[in-house]
Design a protein around this ligand. Structure first.
Ligand code: PFF
Length: 453
């Protein structure tokens, strides 16, 4: 099956192109914006450790499985699951896993786009020199002003969504590949540079201690669920994004090797972001648990003080915007591929329809930071609700489904044929995907529900 390229979709031009695109999907706001603030909220080192374990033991084997299913299925997640469940003589109901993924991508993109909009707003703040010679309080008030201003947020959210749709409309090769080629290395270098700056700020030791000294007394059931959910979120797993990218992967490319490159790069960027940010938090007596505003209240301080900070500030927020863009295109791609396959839409119309609906929900998210901040469901505003529902529930559930399907339903000869691994490595993957991932995900869910003390 994997020898036949899909008739509707194109393929990546090379293995390198796939790695760039999948790394582009994985590295995004999750690494630079979300990882530091949830680490701050969940007490530091122990949370980081659980997150790393989740990446290694759940994320890597599930990423291998998702790429494998995508490449063998060669279609959008819904149709790939349908095709492979037929091949495995399993229940066609597995296709609902694809549906769950499309829904998750849609809900994530609605808020992702608003946060990416903040990054765009900060490009202009940096450009206009608004960070220069400001103290921590002044930098904080730049952020609170933006939060209080729904129209500015909606404006940038619209710009970001338009940029996403523009790339998605242009299709796999022209649009997606070109967008990531230069971006990833540039982002990596600027993170290294920021880490260098953080080393000179007074809080370096304290920042490192916070991130790497595990104190398990700070970890509750919810923190474990958040760490696991974030492992899925940051690697773009559990919703078909990596699956749909896998479906454009040429045959005989080593799926396991590419997975380790992608997951390694993703983890490196997240750790660098934390190492750059926490020293600034401690050096300026800021709160580690200050939530989604953390990077917007810390990094501008560094840009305001350092030599050349104007340039680095502009560059950093431009790169953050671009990193978000290479992720957002993968959030909407499963829906677009499905509309093309099942509704005969061209990519243009498919992107437009999916994008408009997402944009509308994003307007609600922008309101949730101001005029709707008191409208709560389960004690969460719309942003918090979407984040919790997608990252902590839908993605791990999707990951569970993928692990069960790849480990227990797909025939072993088929996965062997697709993965082309030495027997020893194949056994490790199969043991992880059958006996480690499903029970671990279920246990974390039960623990969070309070079922198990
Ligand atoms: N991995 C992206 C990030 O860390 O920012 C977010 C993301 C993209 C999640 C694509 C899920 C996804 F399918």
């Amino acid at each position: 099956m994997s020898e036949q390229p899909s008739a509707i979709h194109s393929q990546w031009s090379s293995r390198f192109a796939f790695i760039l695109a999948a790394t582009g999907s994985a590295v995004g706001l999750g690494n630079i914006w979300k990882f530091p603030y949830i680490t701050g909220e969940n007490g530091g080192g122990a949370f980081v450790l659980i997150y790393l374990l989740c990446v290694l033991l759940l994320g890597a084997p599930i990423m291998i499985s998702e790429i494998m299913i995508g490449r063998r299925g060669r279609q959008s997640p819904i149709n790939a699951m349908l095709a492979l469940s037929r091949e495995a003589a399993a229940n066609p109901g597995w296709r609902y896993l694809g549906w769950l993924g499309i829904a998750a991508g849609f809900l994530i993109l609605a808020y992702y786009s608003v946060i990416a909009g903040w990054a765009l707003d900060y490009v202009f703040k940096a450009f206009l020199g608004e960070f220069l010679d400001r103290d921590a309080g002044e930098i904080q008030s730049l952020y609170t002003h933006l939060m209080a201003d729904p129209l500015t947020q909606i404006f940038w959210h619209s710009v970001f969504m338009a940029a996403t749709l523009y790339i998605v409309m242009r299709g796999v090769n022209a649009g997606l590949e070109h967008a990531v080629r230069f971006l990833m290395p540039a982002l990596f270098f600027i993170m290294l540079f920021l880490v260098g700056y953080a080393m000179t700020s007074g809080g370096y030791q304290q920042g490192l201690h916070f991130m790497f000294h595990p104190d398990f007394s700070k970890i509750g059931a919810n923190a474990i669920l958040t760490a696991m959910g974030h492992a899925f979120f940051t690697l773009s797993l559990g919703m078909g994004a990596i699956m749909v990218y896998g479906s454009y992967l040429p045959p005989h490319v080593s799926i396991a090797k590419t997975t380790f490159i992608i997951a390694g790069a993703d983890t490196a960027v997240a750790l660098l972001a934390g190492i750059a940010i926490f020293p600034l938090v401690f050096a300026n007596q800021l709160q580690v648990g200050s939530g989604p505003g953390l990077i917007f209240q810390t990094l501008p301080l560094a840009f305001g003080e350092m030599t050349g900070g104007w340039l680095f500030g502009v560059l950093f927020f431009v790169l953050l915007f671009l990193a978000a863009l290479t992720s957002s295109i993968s959030l909407i791609e499963p829906a677009v591929a499905w509309l093309v396959e099942n509704h005969g839409h061209d990519r243009y119309r498919a992107s437009l329809h999916a994008g408009l609906a997402c944009w509308l929900l994003g307007v609600g998210v922008a309101f949730s930071f101001n005029i709707w901040s008191q409208h709560k469901i389960f004690n969460k505003n719309l942003f918090e609700l979407l984040d919790f529902l997608t990252a902590n529930i839908m993605l791990p559930l999707g990951g569970l489904g993928i692990a069960l399907f790849a480990g227990w339903f797909m025939r072993a000869e088929h996965s062997e044929e697709e993965l082309e691994l030495p027997p020893e490595q194949f056994r490790i993957w199969r043991a992880l995907i059958r006996y480690v991932a499903p029970p671990a995900i279920i246990l974390v869910f039960l623990h969070a529900l309070g079922v198990m003390g």
